[in-house]
Each structure stands twice: as C-alpha cells, then as structure tokens.
Write a protein that binds this ligand. Structure first.
Ligand code: CTP
Length: 402
C-alpha cells in the first residue's frame, strides 16, 4: 500500500545518487508523497531541482530550518513520514547513523526517525568490506533498520565487487513491502462516512446542513497513511477523492448512506460516522417542482434510519465511533449519545464556537470513550485531529480485537 503514504527519501553523495531519481519517480507513480532530503555532497551529483521536479515537492538540503507552523523541520519531517529511505547510503551516513552523529539535516533526522527505515548502501567494495562499515551496518540492523543490497558487479571506480547500490526497482519493491506491514492500522478495515446528506423536497430543492466533509476526508486520508484499508462513504461535497482508498461510494440521501454503509460493513474493524446525516427527510418529496402559492407551506418530515444506532444493536459489530455536534451541554449530551447508540467513542464538537467545526479547516473537540475517559483536543487542523482520533481508535482496536 503505497498510495497516499509519506516517504522521506534521503540522498547522500555517491555516484548512484542519479538512480535515486528513479526511486523517487517510481514511488510518486505509485501514489506516494515523496519528500527528498539531500546532503551537501549529494547536491554535487544531482541537483535538488531534479528531485523537486520529479516529486512535485520542495527539496530539503542542509539547512535545518523552521517550517511554516514553527516546528523544526527535522522533527516534523521525520514524524510525518511513514517510511524513511536512504538511497544511496554512503559509508559516511551509515557510520554517522550507527554512531548517533547529527551534523547535518539528514543525519539529524535519522536520530529522530523511528523504523521503518530502509538503507541502500553504495560504495567501493573495499570500503563495504571494511570491518568498521560491516560493524556499523550490523549495529543499524539490530536497531531495526533494513538494508537492501548492495549488489555485486562493476563499480563506478573501475573495480569489481560488492558495493553497487541495489536496483531502484528492488528498492521500490522493498519499500512497498515495508509500507504494507507498517502503520498502527495496517491490515485493519476502516469505514468512514463524511459530508452532509441531502433530502429532496422536490426535483430542485433539498434539506441539508453545513457539513463540508473535511473532517471525514481527513480521517480517511490519515487512516490510509497509517496502513488501513479504507472504505469512504461520502455525501455530496466538493473535495477531491483521496488516493489509496479500498472503496469510495458517493451517496446523496440518508437512506442511500444507510444502504451503502450496511452493504459494505461486513468485515470492517471500525465504523467512523463523521457524516452529518439528516435526522429527518420530507415524507413525500414532490415529483414536480413545487410552485409558489400560499403565504405558508407546510412540509411533513419523517425520521431517517439512524445508521449508528442500528449497527450498535448488532451482536457482532465493528468498533463504533460517532460525532456529536452540540450547541449546549457538550459533554452531557455527547455522553448520552454515546450511551444510547452504544458507541465505543464519540467526538464531541461545540459548533457554536466560531472558526471551528462546520466548513472550517480547524476543529476543537472532546473525545469521550464508553469507558468514561475524556480527552480534550484543543483547536488544531482537521488533519492533525484526524490523527489524534485515530491514535485512540488504534489503541481501542488493539485492546478489543487482538
Ligand atoms: N447518525 C447516524 N444516522 C443518522 C443520524 C446521525 O448514524 N440518521 C450519526 C452521525 O453520523 C453522528 C452521530 O450519529 O456520528 C450524531 O448523532 P445524532 O444523534 O444524529 O446527533 P444530532 O443530529 O446532533 O442529534 P440531536 O439532534 O439529537 O442532537
């Protein structure tokens, strides 16, 4: 599962650096978001512009600078990556990583990053065979860092032996395998609903709500990045389809969302209902456009099926996560919803606060679990909040189903 995953590609100063362009291109083609970090000597073999053009992302060179939101770039680069690849990896970077030396951006980042990390050594055969290099490689292996290659053959220096960087296609295949196994949601099937539903009054009018779908889409994207097989059931939104989904259903009404969820729920480990499902719909939508007549117009609404409550009643059910949009008594109302719908977790939003919730890029919430604990999630981007919610879900999945 490469689509939608973040790969950090470290490139060091070896003649094989030009082959790293092929690795970047291959991973981008498979849908990964590749961010490149180059050492100063790598920049003498290939220009950062080449990687920027191939990956469509800015390339980080040696300066340890600050990112937009004020975090140190090496911390956030390492923290946001699903996989770090160092290819080619020279004897120098291998030695620095083994010894814990941090004197440039890439070596610093390797102290921050946690596995999965993949290195593709490339150097002269005598250097590779040197006991110091062999010991460093062994040290890294024992720390969980995987090695691809090197291969034997003609070396750039004119000698023959072991030290040639592994073939880019082999490095990509290894990266794919490592990504498939990594992520705290690897192998989990997670269904997410997002957006509003629309309940027709007549062929041109409908009742709906202000949900933009941003929270649900952010959760779907984050779950893909963390290795889950994600089924997204979306109401009408103006957001692009996230990449790497297992399935993507678009629906309009609450009844359609109900059928789509029920039809695909078998085998799911968790159902995250981020959609703002209309509670009611006009009981008899007009077949033709309603013409303006009297001063008042009465429409009778009927209750829609409650998807979460229905799944909650099942004996065999996935982990259930609901959302509560409240304008008063946030915790009390949300706890009551959590209990009555038999949820494992509820994300409570105070939608009366300006700048968060509906249609905004930020959110603030209270995470309440069925067991009683409450985690306040202060104002943050919906993408960060998605990860905070999934952190809790990953723990619940581990404790209930492993
Ligand atoms: N939900 C659902 N099916 C519905 C309505 C809502 O599954 N027909 C889900 C939503 O996706 C959300 C949670 O239930 O996760 C919200 O619960 P709900 O009781 O609908 O919240 P409100 O609409 O805010 O309810 P109330 O009007 O009672 O506050």
């Amino acid at each position: 599962m490469v689509k939608g995953r973040r790969v950090l590609l470290g490139v060091t100063g070896s003649i094989a650096a030009y082959k790293a362009v092929e690795i970047a291109r291959g991973l981008v083609k498979k849908g990964a978001l590749v961010q490149t970090v180059m050492t100063a000597s790598a920049c003498r073999f290939v220009t950062p512009l080449t990687f920027a053009a191939v990956t469509g992302q800015p390339v980080f060179t040696n300066e340890i600078d600050f990112t937009e939101n004020g975090e140190m770039s090496h911390i956030s680069l390492a923290a946001q990556s699903d996989l770090v690849i160092v290819a080619p990896a020279t004897a120098n970077i291998i030695g620095k990583a083994a010894g814990g030396i941090a004197d440039d951006l890439l070596s610093t980042l390797l102290l921050v990053a946690r596995p999965p990390i993949l290195m593709a050594p490339a150097m002269n055969c005598r250097m590779y065979e040197h006991p110091a290099v062999q010991k460093n490689i062994e040290t890294l292996r024992t720390r969980g860092i995987e090695m691809e290659g090197p291969c034997s053959g003609d070396l750039a220096c004119g000698e023959e032996g072991s030290g040639r960087m592994a073939d880019p296609s082999d490095i990509i295949a290894r990266a794919e395998a490592m990504l498939a196994q990594s992520g705290d949601l690897a192998g989990r099937i997670i269904m997410v609903t997002a957006g509003p539903t629309r309940e027709p009054l007549d062929p041109v009018r409908f009742i709906s709500n202000r949900s933009s779908g941003k929270m649900g889409y952010a959760i779907a994207e984050a779950a893909v990045r963390r290795g889950a097989r994600v089924i997204l059931v979306s109401g009408p939104v103006s957001l692009p389809q996230p990449s790497g989904l297992e399935a993507y259903d678009t629906v309009t009404t609450a009844a359609e969302m109900h059928d789509a969820v029920m039809g695909r729920l078998g085998g799911a480990d968790a159902l995250i209902m981020a959609a703002a499902v209309s509670d009611y719909s006009p009981d008899q939508p007009a077949a033709k456009k309603i013409k303006k007549q009297d001063d008042t117009l009465a429409v009778t609404l009927q209750k829609n099926p409650d998807i979460l409550a229905e799944v909650g009643k099942r004996r065999k059910r996935p982990l259930l996560i609901g959302f509560a949009a409240e304008t008063e008594n946030l915790e009390k109302n949300a706890r009551e919803k959590c209990r009555s719908k038999k949820l494992d977790l509820i994300v409570a939003n105070d939608v009366s606060k300006p700048g968060i919730g509906f249609d905004s890029d930020d959110n603030e919430a209270l995470l309440l679990s069925a067991s009683g604990d409450a985690t306040p999630l202060p104002r943050m981007s919906k993408s960060r909040m998605a990860d905070a919610i999934l952190d809790k879900i990953a723990i619940l999945l581990q404790s209930t189903r492993s």
